[in-house]
Design a protein around this ligand. Sequence first.
Ligand SMILES: C[S@@+](CC[C@H](N)C(=O)[O-])C[C@H]1O[C@@H](n2cnc3c(N)ncnc32)[C@H](O)[C@@H]1O
Length: 282
Amino acid sequence: MATQDKYCFERNKKESERLDIQHRVLVRTSGNTLIHPSIPIEEIRSVADIATGTGIWLQDVSKSLDTPQIERYYHGFDISSEQFPENPGAIQFSVQDLTVPFPREHWGRYDLVHVRLLVAALEESDYQATIANVYDILKPGGYLQWEEIDEETYRTKGYPVFNELHRCFDYGLTAEGKCFRASAKVYEESRAAGFVGVERLCYNSHQNPDLRYEIEERLTAIIRTLYAFLLLRSGQVDTAQVASQEAEKLVEEHRRLCAQGNSPPLKLMRVVGRKPLHESLL
Ligand SMILES: C[S@@+](CC[C@H](N)C(=O)[O-])C[C@H]1O[C@@H](n2cnc3c(N)ncnc32)[C@H](O)[C@@H]1O
């Protein structure tokens, strides 16, 4: 039997568009902090974005950091090149599985490593090696910023559609050995790997009422993609047609509740930490 692809989303044009729109919403949810304010951007010369997808975060970071006086280096990595931009400009892109060590040329090279949205891709047993691989490519004193939409989002009380999404994602991801509590896992594993000053932060889109309509649309997109996909792949329904019908029923319920003013928040989880400047000899 062929090995089942661990990834849960398509890699076509429509999915690339979904990722790019979602990126804008996530950045606004975080109060327009592409890079967490505790990270001193004046010290950042080289940036890696792992599981980069379309490279949208890296492209925005390169625009926001670039100044004529300082030369910076940007590198996006992903297990698949299918969604890399056609015109990457000065940004480098490479195929790399995050769960295996990077080529030596990348070790100790980056001031900042960013990772986002791997909850539906990584198995629970992958996190330890993954964090070790990120550690290896950071310079001493370099920063990690890892962001997820995970269990924390869907366990927000008072939103019936979240109850169903939580049930389905918990069942579907656990069935595949994945970890729904991804940001908590990243927090634990990065501390265990020796990162210092590790913090796990939560941004709530309800802080910005202007985001309400866009969040409603993003959740609709998640129901039509991840929810329908996991219903089918974990055997909760028998056919793609039934999965799609169930997803549309949930979309209808979501829209009905939103129209009544019960519009759910999106919670973005962010873990930041720093590789020590000096390695401990213990
Ligand atoms: C949901 S997308 C997020 C893309 C991007 N980080 C963003 O936030 O827009 C997840 C990405 O992770 C990539 N991916 C999945 N498993 C991976 C692995 N083991 N190593 C590197 N990339 C991986 C997928 O190919 C996909 O591009």
